[in-house]
Design a protein around this ligand. Structure first.
Ligand code: ZN
Length: 177
């Protein structure tokens, strides 16, 4: 892990940015650069994390079926340019400048999503929304117990994302122009 303090923040322009980067070697994928940025300027608080594959990658669509609890440990590389979908639990993580990139596993992806839903459940004034969030969270809990099989799809026009398993189906993504 390399840490560089006092970098210029791309958001506020002050030299208060700390950049951390690390290189991981992921079997069946290759080297991945993992980095995070955090601006120490309290008026700015810019944070960003992302991953980038070392070397040229093709636009990809990766599909994986989670059949049991063990499959939740399968590694996921998620870059900010990827679109992740788990239709069974209405998970739809879109790409964009605010999207976080990280290396985790399927469980980790679900766990992050769960936290967002829990936050919404605890703050909403709409009782029907709260009810549907509660039901969705119950379903996610069953998924986490391995009781409900799910399908996870990642599409990434930069090819910087993947699901690391022999059973993952990797196709070339047709990029819309
Ligand atoms: Zn800043």
């Amino acid at each position: 892990m390399e840490e560089m303090k006092g970098q210029q923040c791309i958001f506020c322009g002050k030299k208060t940015l700390t950049l951390m980067q690390d290189e991981l070697d992921i079997p069946y994928f290759g080297k991945v650069l993992v980095f995070s940025m955090k601006c120490e300027n309290v008026d700015c608080n810019y944070v960003k994390s992302d991953v980038e594959a070392v070397g040229i990658k093709e636009p990809c669509k990766v599909t994986f079926e989670v059949k049991d609890k063990k499959d939740l440990n399968v590694r996921v590389i998620r870059s900010s340019t990827s679109h992740i979908k788990i239709p069974a639990i209405k998970l739809d993580l879109r790409p964009g400048p605010a999207a976080e990139g990280y290396v985790s596993n399927i469980e980790g992806v679900i766990e992050r999503y769960k936290k967002v839903l829990e936050g919404r459940r605890d703050t909403t004034d709409d009782s029907s929304e709260r009810k549907s969030l509660k039901n969705l969270l119950k379903k996610i809990w069953k998924v986490q117990c391995g009781d409900i099989p799910i399908k996870i799809v990642i599409e990434d026009p930069t090819g910087n994302s993947s699901i690391i398993s022999e059973r993952a189906v990797i196709e070339k993504l047709k990029v819309k122009r």
